[in-house]
Design a protein around this ligand. Structure first.
Ligand code: NDP
Ligand code: MG
Length: 388
C-alpha cells in the first residue's frame, strides 16, 4: 500500500484524485486531505478515504471542521502553518492541487520529502521553477506533471533521449472566445469566460483558459519541467482537445498523446506511475471523430503567449511577476473592475516594469514573495492611474 496526501482535495483536480483512489481502495493509505472554504466537502472526503488528518487553510473554520469530524478518529487542523506542516509529513506520493500562488510553498514542502510530488499547481513552476527543481534534486523527490499537456509530453518522452527533441507542441482548445471578434471580447463577463467548451475545471483556470493565460503559464511550465529552450516550444490550437500535446524529434517523427478531455488520465498516470491502471476514462472511438483541427494561436486577440515568451527571455524573477500580475488581474476581472482585455494589457505593462524592483534569481521564497507583492501592487496602481 502506498501512503498518499491530497492538497486541494476539495477542488476539481482534488476530487478527480479522490475518485480514482476511491475506486482502488486496497492500493492507497490516505494520510492528509486539505481544503480551504469548503469544509463540508473536506469532511466528506476525509471520511470517505479514512484519512489520518484533515486540514483547512482557513483558521476561522477549525471549529466547523472539528464539529463535522467529531467521533471519526480523524485529526483536524487549520491555518496556513498547519497546512505547511502537514505537507512536510513524509508520504510516498502527494499531489499539490491547491490553486494559485498559495500552492508554491505546499509544493516546496512536499518536495523536501523524497517521495513523489504530483504537480497540478503550475504556479509553483512559473513562480519558482528553479527553486522547486533544486529542492527536488536535493531530496531525491520525483516530480511528475499532472497538467494534461505535460503528462502527455512526459509520456511521449518515455524512453527517449531528450537531446533528440526538436520541438514540443502544446495543444490548447482555444477556449470559449476562439472565434469571437476583438470588439466583442472587450465586453465578455466572468460567467462567459468561465464556461469552458471542453474541460471541466475550477473557475480560475477556466477563465485563464479563455484568455490563454493558462496556455502561457503552460509554456513556462514546459520549459521548467523538461528543461528545453523556449524557442523549441510551440502552441497550436486544437478545438477538439483530443491530442493533448506532441513531441517532435530530430528524425522528423512526432509522438502525440491522445484521449478524451478528462483529467483523470493525467492524475491516474502520476498516481500509478510507472504502472498504468484503468481510471474510468471513456474510450475514444475514432470512427466517431469527424475531424481534428489544428490552427495557429491568434496573438493579436490573445497576447498572453507572447508575454510568456518575453518572461522566459527576461528570466530571473519575471515568472513570479507574471503570475502575480495575472492573479491580481483575474481578481479585478472577477470583481468587474476591469474588462477581459485589460488583463493582458496590465500583465504586459507589469512584466516590462520589472526593472523598477530590479530583476534577481527566483531562488528563495523571500525574493519570490517580495516580487509577488510588488507585482500585485503595481497592477493596482496602474488601474488607479487609468481610473483618474
Ligand atoms: P479549484 O479552484 O477547483 O480547487 C482549488 C483547491 O485549492 C480547493 O481545494 C481549494 O479549497 C484550495 N484552496 C484555495 N485557496 C487556497 C489557499 N489559499 N490555501 C490552501 N488551499 C486553497 O482548482 P483546480 O482543481 O481547477 O486547480 C488546481 C490547480 O491545478 C491549479 O493550479 C490549476 O492551474 C491546476 N490545474 C487544474 C486543472 C483542472 O482540470 N482543474 C488542469 C491542470 C492544472 P476550497 O475549495 O475548500 O476553498
Ligand atoms: Mg493544461
Amino acid at each position: 500500500m502506498r501512503s498518499v496526501s491530497i492538497f486541494g482535495a476539495t477542488g476539481s483536480v482534488g476530487q478527480n484524485t479522490v475518485s480514482i483512489i476511491q475506486n482502488n481502495p486496497n492500493a492507497f493509505d490516505v494520510h492528509v486531505v486539505s481544503g480551504a472554504q469548503n469544509t463540508e466537502k473536506l469532511a466528506e472526503i476525509a471520511i470517505l478515504l479514512n484519512a489520518d488528518l484533515a486540514v483547512t487553510s482557513e483558521p476561522s473554520l477549525l471549529d466547523d471542521l472539528q464539529d463535522r469530524l467529531r467521533g471519526t478518529g480523524i485529526a483536524v487542523a487549520a491555518g496556513r502553518d498547519a497546512l505547511l506542516a502537514a505537507a512536510t509529513e513524509p508520504v510516498d506520493w502527494a499531489i499539490s492541487a491547491v490553486v494559485g500562488y498559495a500552492g508554491l510553498e505546499i509544493s516546496l514542502a512536499i518536495a523536501k520529502n523524497g517521495g513523489t510530488l504530483a504537480l497540478a499547481n503550475k504556479e509553483s513552476l512559473v513562480c519558482g521553477g528553479a527553486l522547486l527543481n533544486e529542492t527536488c534534486r536535493q531530496s531525491g523527490t520525483r516530480l511528475l506533471p499532472v497538467d494534461s499537456e505535460h503528462s502527455a509530453i512526459f509520456q511521449a518522452l518515455n524512453g527517449e533521449n531528450n537531446a533528440h527533441v526538436e520541438r514540443i507542441i502544446l495543444t490548447g482548445s482555444g477556449g470559449p472566445f476562439l472565434h469571437m471578434p476583438l470588439e466583442e471580447m472587450a465586453h465578455v463577463t466572468p460567467e462567459q469566460a468561465a464556461d469552458h467548451p471542453r474541460w471541466s475545471m475550477g473557475k480560475r483556470i477556466s477563465i485563464d483558459s479563455a484568455s490563454m493565460f493558462n496556455k502561457a503559464m503552460e509554456v513556462i511550465e514546459t520549459k521548467e519541467i523538461f528543461g528545453v529552450d523556449e524557442h523549441k516550444i510551440e502552441v497550436v490550437i486544437h478545438p477538439q482537445s483530443i491530442v493533448h500535446s506532441m513531441v517532435g524529434f530530430n528524425d522528423g517523427s512526432i509522438i502525440s498523446h491522445m484521449g478524451p478531455a478528462d483529467m483523470r488520465f493525467a492524475i491516474g498516470y502520476a498516481l500509478f506511475y510507472p504502472d498504468r491502471t484503468d481510471a474510468g476514462i471513456e474510450r475514444l472511438d475514432f470512427t466517431q471523430l469527424s475531424q481534428l483541427d489544428f490552427l495557429p494561436a491568434d496573438t493579436k486577440r490573445f497576447p498572453a503567449i507572447a508575454i510568456a515568451h518575453d518572461v522566459m527571455r527576461i528570466g530571473g524573477i519575471a515568472g513570479t511577476v507574471f503570475n502575480a500580475a495575472k492573479e491580481q488581474c483575474l481578481d479585478l476581472f472577477l470583481e468587474r473592475k476591469i474588462g477581459f482585455l485589460d488583463m493582458s494589457d496590465l500583465v504586459n505593462k507589469t512584466v516590462h516594469a520589472i526593472d523598477n524592483i530590479g530583476n534577481c534569481d527566483a531562488d528563495t521564497i523571500d525574493r519570490i514573495s517580495k516580487a509577488d507583492k510588488w507585482s500585485r501592487s503595481n497592477v493596482l496602481n496602474l488601474v488607479k492611474v487609468s481610473a483618474k
